[in-house]
Write a protein that binds this ligand. Structure first.
Ligand code: ZN
Length: 233
């Protein structure tokens, strides 16, 4: 069978086009691989972080939403300063830092407390500078920072108790309860929960530097984190 010349030419052109296309595709995919050399991580968290997060979520219940690895500059902002350089310096120190976990009010998303899982790396000098900075920054901003030592298994009630104690500590220092009406209400009769208006009950702090102190705790505990200081000094 005789194949006309123009058919040979067409076959040759088609062949060349396929070869050229394959070479171009290979070059393109290699370039994509070089420009975006990424792979998906197996998980956002280590196994111990996952276990702690699950406990923390149970401890927070419906009172708070729990977020993890939250940028410090999403939680804290730098207040206006007359000196722009000082402002930038403060902002730069905040930038790039993260909180391990953050508890937020479920309605307003206001930060309630930062939670750090201390895994022993705080002894590393770099980490301890970071820890120190965040602790002071939170204190200045009035955000409780709860440090929970890493354990093999955290109990929901233990984590909750520690969060309550640290929130309570902030309540004592804050001028919120300083108005005479509020104080009178707390010392004389049983107060109502500031979060859910339920009755409050006296509870004793069982661990930490404030062991033995009494405080008002929401009767819906552990479903509600509401707490108030008792002026029993
Ligand atoms: Zn309550």
């Amino acid at each position: 069978m005789h194949v006309p010349l123009y058919l040979w030419a067409l076959i040759a052109i088609a062949f060349l086009a396929i070869v050229a296309g394959a070479i171009a595709l290979k070059a393109f995919s290699r370039r994509v691989g070089e420009s975006y050399p990424y792979k998906k991580r197996r998980s956002l968290f280590t196994e111990s972080e996952i276990s702690f997060l699950q406990t923390l979520e149970q401890a927070a219940g419906e009172d708070c939403r729990v977020y993890a690895k939250v940028r410090a500059d999403d939680v804290l902002s730098v207040r206006p300063l007359p000196d722009r350089k000082e402002w930038l310096g403060a902002w730069n120190r905040l930038r790039g830092k993260h909180f391990d976990f953050l508890l937020c009010d479920p309605g307003s998303f206001a930060p309630v407390a930062a939670v750090e899982l201390d895994d022993g790396s705080q002894d590393d000098p770099h980490r301890s500078v970071r820890d120190d900075f965040l602790e002071r920054a939170c204190m200045a901003a009035g955000l409780p920072l709860v440090r929970i030592p890493k354990e093999n298994r955290h109990s929901v009630s233990g984590v909750r108790q520690q969060i309550l104690e640290d929130l309570d500590e902030l309540d004592v220092d804050q001028p919120v309860a300083d108005s005479p009406g509020e104080e009178g209400r707390e010392t004389d009769s049983t107060p109502v929960c500031p979060k859910c208006s339920s009755v409050m009950v006296r509870r004793r702090i069982n661990k930490g530097p404030r062991t033995g102190r009494m405080y008002w705790s929401c009767s819906r505990f552990p479903r509600c984190l509401g707490a108030l200081p008792i002026n029993n000094s």
